[in-house]
Ligand binder design. Sequence first.
Ligand SMILES: C[S@@+](CC[C@H](N)C(=O)[O-])C[C@H]1O[C@@H](n2cnc3c(N)ncnc32)[C@H](O)[C@@H]1O
Length: 209
Amino acid sequence: MKIKNKVRGWLLDGQYGQPKGLVGRWLGQRMVRQHIPETDWTISLLNLAAQDQVLELGFGAGRAIELVATRLSTGQVSGVDISRAMVRAAAHRNARTIKSGKVLLKQEDLTHLSFNSDKFDKVFTIQTLYFWPDLQMALAEIYRVLKPGGCLVITLSTGTIDGTGLTHYQQLIDQKVLPVMRHLGFTEAYTREGPLSRQFKTTAVIGIK
Ligand SMILES: C[S@@+](CC[C@H](N)C(=O)[O-])C[C@H]1O[C@@H](n2cnc3c(N)ncnc32)[C@H](O)[C@@H]1O
């Protein structure tokens, strides 16, 4: 059992933050299944309109991109992910809508977005905050690309059901994420509690530019 756990740890070490190769692609598909409750909830929080310009940061294997695309008619959903393996997996999943121009996927770092300022009505990200290289830079980039009045949703796990794990992420939200958002100029910045996902509590940080 111990050896099995060691091999598993060795194989997955660093993979959640930047999935690579075959193991990364397998993990991407596993995360699609594991993150169904928070993904569906996050999309419901976006109050999507058919003409919205939407951006997802760290899309993994691309299920949320696929779901958002079905809700848009004239709108477009763009996504960035730092992992080449995830861009390939998500591109495979969304091949039809990429071809039609409704979906645009890029391999890039969310702290250096190549999009114009004031472009997006909605920006969202699911289970990525743990890996952001620089919180301030990431939030500043998101603020830049959001239209005035645009909405940001950051969804993450902030605790375990038994109360023993991940509580530091709630502190990070209260002590850093929300204050930085207010400092950047978000007119609203608050949290909502979401569904349990596996053994984890889910929280969304919501901001309005
Ligand atoms: C735990 S996975 C979550 C994937 C997906 N959102 C989901 O819920 O299944 C984290 C994702 O964020 C991406 N990521 C991590 N750091 C990033 C960065 N600096 N810029 C863009 N994407 C990043 C990873 O490559 C990975 O696909």
